[in-house]
Design a protein around this ligand. Structure first.
Ligand code: AMP
Ligand code: GLY
Length: 422
């Protein structure tokens, strides 16, 4: 099988690593990829939202399968583009079309979907400039803190959590005035859910699904979950508190109704679903849907997948996921993300990374890296993720940290307390 994978972060290196293990693979291209994917695949310099260029590449390289890492091409309709054209009838695509991707592309759509299908989520109302007064009335009914969400994609920055009512009203105005661009033309106002966050990942062919496990990521830059939000400083899978009973609730109340809801709505969804959840006193609620894998969660979820991923993708593409073999490693997997000094604010690039050869027993997934001759240089804020297995979460973390200690670059920063609250 000849595969083109879109994206260039740690998530994509983890997907590429898993795809590369498949006996079905004959050639793997990653666009644009990073220094890690360059070691196991061929990087190609294509923009993930330049569908015309992607189509020309798929055609010229006789690609059999397109695997979409990030959300942007999905929300912009990469599947629809390929399906509109008879030339690509045989191309298998991992990732939903626009009609499914809107679950991530519009928070208002996602909330309506959950209401329609009785999926537990926080109470909400959606406002625009026209009915802003209703929003203020709703805010007054709620207890603090107040949750405001820009409806559209805002690169993970469109959610505000505010402690004071007057601050919330002020921010609501600013959002409707374009603080987050047109993503904030509509704002979802939500009740605050108090609990512990976690994610659950599934692969679906639109009819059945395979649950790839639970994971928890650590978004704040500082220890003890303090400081600015980042793209993720570490992750663990599975989540120790997600026991059999909790997982059963997630499957019965959330995963199954979501897949059945999509089917009832006539959405032919083929790809990953990322359920962002809050555990409120033992009951799961949906905070958000994403239509792709998480980063850095993929770096702990993919290693635990024992099944050949290309076979799984193929069964998915043909609507036969139900009969697909599926097995997860029951060990824990953890990852610690190494970031550049200053991240998530401004940071320098081009620092030489050393010590990678002495890593033992962990898998190093590259994120913001690039090759310069035989040197690996930093080229982003999140630089790499060091993933390890263990019989317990603690054992896995100890191995990740042991190997982190062998890697060095100028200004290297990482959280020393991944898993601290579990
Ligand atoms: P989202 O982009 O929807 O995932 O929101 C970003 C973050 O805001 C989430 O990861 C949560 O930490 C927090 N958040 C979002 N919605 C709520 C809510 N209703 N209650 C509590 N926290 C929330
Ligand atoms: N780690 C959260 C995300 O990928 O959205």
């Amino acid at each position: 099988m000849r595969v083109l994978l879109l994206g260039g972060g740690g998530r994509e290196h983890a997907l590429a690593w898993k795809i590369n293990e498949s006996s079905r693979l004959t050639k793997l291209y990653v666009a644009p990829g990073n220094a890690g994917t360059a070691l196991i695949a061929e990087n190609v310099d294509l923009k993930v939202t330049d569908f015309e260029a992607l189509a020309a590449f798929v055609e010229s390289k006789a690609i059999d399968m397109l695997v979409v890492g990030p959300e942007d091409p999905l929300v912009e309709g990469v599947r629809d583009y390929f399906e509109a054209d008879g030339r690509f009838e045989k191309l298998m695509i991992v990732g939903p079309g626009k009609a499914g991707a809107i679950l991530e592309g519009s928070k208002d759509f996602a909330k309506e979907f959950m209401m329609r299908h009785h999926i537990p989520t926080a109470r909400y109302t959606t406002v625009t400039r026209e009915n802003m007064e209703e929003g203020v009335r709703f805010l007054k009914e709620l207890k603090p803190p107040y949750v405001l969400k820009a409806d559209g994609l805002a690169a993970g920055k469109g959610v505000l959590i505010l402690n004071e009512l007057d601050e919330a009203v002020k921010e609501l105005n600013l959002m409707l005035d374009g603080k987050f661009g047109k993503a904030g033309n509509q704002v979802v106002i939500e009740e605050f859910l108090k609990g512990i966050e976690l994610s659950v990942f599934a692969l679906t062919d639109g009819k059945t699904y395979k649950i790839l496990g639970s994971a928890k990521d650590y978004k704040r830059v500082g220890e003890g979950d303090t400081g600015l939000n980042t793209g993720g400083m570490g992750a663990v899978s599975p989540v120790p508190f997600a026991d059999e009973e909790f997982n059963r609730k997630v499957e019965e109340r959330i995963v199954r109704p979501t897949i059945e809801g999509l089917q009832a709505d006539g959405v032919d969804y083929k790809g990953f679903v990322f359920f962002g959840l809050m555990n409120v006193g033992g009951d799961p609620y949906v905070i958000e849907y994403n239509v792709r894998m998480g980063d850095p969660e993929t770096e702990v979820v993919m290693p635990r997948l024992k099944t050949d991923i290309l076979t799984l993708f193929e069964e998915m593409a043909h609507g036969q996921l139900e009969k697909a073999a599926f097995e997860l490693d029951d060990r824990f997997c953890t990852t610690v993300v190494l970031v550049s000094q200053g991240y998530p604010g401004s940071y320098e690039k081009g620092k030489v990374i050393s010590g990678l050869d002495s890593v033992e027993g962990s898998i190093v997934f590259h994120a913001g890296t690039r090759m310069d001759g035989d040197k690996v240089l930093t080229s982003g804020g999140r630089v790499m993720a060091v993933s390890s297995f263990g019989k317990t979460m603690k054992e896995a973390l100890a191995l990740s940290y042991q190997n982190v200690g062998k890697i060095h670059f100028d200004g290297m920063n990482f959280r020393k307390d991944i898993g601290f609250d579990l």
